[in-house]
Design a protein. Structure first.
Length: 475
């Protein structure tokens, strides 16, 4: 515990939903729910307007729609969230070399290590300046907690929500914590909270009064000792600048259970490729490939294979995932698939590339040459000839999908976002960050003038990307 409140915890307010409201003027002040839109989707973030209806993160999307039928339900746009997060995290690193990110929208900062705060006054000034700078750079609000420990700083930022700042003076911790619910403390979930409630303990003050011995008897030695220390406001964990990633993973939940084995294999291959993209993006390689399968009855199986050394080769990961799938019975149906890579390292074991380059013999008994995408091409031994597909009936182009909330651009009307689609039509609202609420228009899903687009920046040059000039208001 520090004698000055120089540990800062920043938590952006309803981050995903706030980004959507900032980029879509017609949604400001409205209930916005971000998450999976299928029947098995869950809520990732809900705006404060939606929370008034009882919607919260991790809630099944079907339940959220029943509670808030008139809300705007949007897919997540992680590329934009990461861009905004990078801006915020860069601002934190200007304050101190010790920044500990917890997620895209949350981090601890050691202000003392950065030389920007040494007492309550300078800490408060730094926190207020940070909030103003974040608002100016992103248009979003963040809540700040300041205290002498990480636990208390996080409690303070939660109490400051939304868009506030709370500083806990050293020496006042127990008085502040005493009336709070035990669920306020990190790690006290519904099960532990209910167990304590049955024992007559509902507040942090009652937890402290119970004493360490009683808590150890109730919940075990490790958990009991930890609960008692937190109830007293004690926490000596340092802010750690770099937290080593333990794994990289991707997974998908399907709206309808998958039964077709070929489709399941294809999904596993697709997930393996996405996992490798994320792995390479983080600058890592990994030794252990893990396959996760949740079956129709909600039973979850995991299978893993450890390689000779770390790799970031998509062919190696695909092959390993395919081998793992062969050992899983999927006849009853599959509702979720996931692929992850663990045992991360910042280098690659070169000889593992031999696994992905080993190809099936071709018709002449030789080896097919690896294609640029990691598959096997059809070139001969010299690689000088290209395979020519025999002529046939062209396959019809797949119908384009327009998920709600995704960015689009029209050749005539400019940038906008999808409000909804169905029955061969897509409805688009044409507006952008900083503009007035825009107009709505409906097009065929295959309209050649309508294309997917990258998100526009929330602040700055968004206006320079406005609708093409000269379009009449009645257009």
């Amino acid at each position: 515990m520090r004698a000055a409140p120089t540990i800062l915890h920043l938590d952006m307010d309803a981050f995903y939903a706030s980004v959507e409201q900032a980029s879509k003027p017609s949604l400001r002040g409205k209930a916005v729910i971000v998450g999976g839109l299928g029947p098995r989707g869950v809520v990732a973030t809900a705006s404060y307007e939606a929370r008034r209806f009882g919607v919260h993160s991790a809630m099944p999307m079907g339940q959220a729609r029943r509670l808030c039928p008139n809300g705007a339900y949007l897919i997540p746009r992680f590329s934009l969230y990461r861009q905004v997060s990078d801006v915020v995290m860069a601002m934190l690193r200007e304050l101190s070399p010790l920044v500990e990110p917890l997620s895209l929208d949350e981090a601890f900062v050691d202000l003392e290590a950065g030389g920007v705060a040494f007492d309550s006054q300078t800490a408060r000034e730094t926190g207020e300046r940070l909030r103003a700078d974040i608002r100016a750079a992103t248009g979003l609000s963040g809540s700040v907690g300041l205290a002498g420990s990480k636990m208390l700083a996080k409690v303070a930022s939660e109490e400051a929500k939304p868009a506030g700042l709370l500083l806990i003076e050293p020496g006042t911790e127990r008085e502040l914590l005493a009336p709070m619910s035990v669920r306020t403390l990190p790690g006290v979930g519904p099960a532990t909270g209910e167990h304590l409630r049955r024992a007559g303990i509902t507040t942090v003050g009652e937890l402290a009064e119970a004493g360490e011995d009683e808590l150890v008897r109730m919940v075990g030695r490790s958990a009991g000792a930890g609960l008692y220390r937190m109830a007293l406001g004690l926490d000596d964990r340092p802010v750690v600048a770099e937290r080593d990633a333990k794994s990289v993973s991707v997974e998908d939940t399907f709206d309808v259970d998958l039964h077709d084995r070929v489709r399941i294999r294809g999904e596993v291959q697709r997930l393996a490729d996405r996992c490798v993209q994320r792995l390479r993006g983080s600058g890592h390689s990994g030794r252990t490939i893990v396959l996760k399968v949740r079956r129709y009855d909600f039973s979850t199986l995991t299978r893993s294979e450890t390689l000779r050394g770390p790799t970031d080769d998509p062919g190696v990961v695909r092959e390993a995932a395919a081998r793992l799938l062969e050992g899983v019975d999927t006849t009853g149906g599959v509702r979720l698939l996931g692929v992850s890579v663990t045992g991360l390292a910042d280098y690659t074991q070169e000889d593992l590339f031999a696994q992905s380059l080993a190809a099936e013999p071709d018709e002449d008994g030789g080896a097919a040459e690896p294609a640029p995408d990691g598959g096997t091409g059809a070139a001969g031994a010299t690689g000088a000839q290209e395979a020519v597909e025999p002529p046939g009936e062209p396959e019809p182009a797949p119908e384009r999908r327009w998920p709600a909330g995704s960015d689009v651009r029209h050749a005539v009307y400019g940038p906008g976002w999808v409000q909804g689609s169905g029955v061969g039509r897509v409805t688009v609202r044409f507006e952008q960050p900083g503009s007035e609420p825009g107009r709505v228009r409906t097009f065929r899903v295959d309209d050649p003038d309508l294309e997917p687009s990258d998100p526009l920046p929330l602040v700055g040059d968004a206006q320079e990307q406005a609708d093409p000039p000269g379009i009449p208001d009645s257009a």
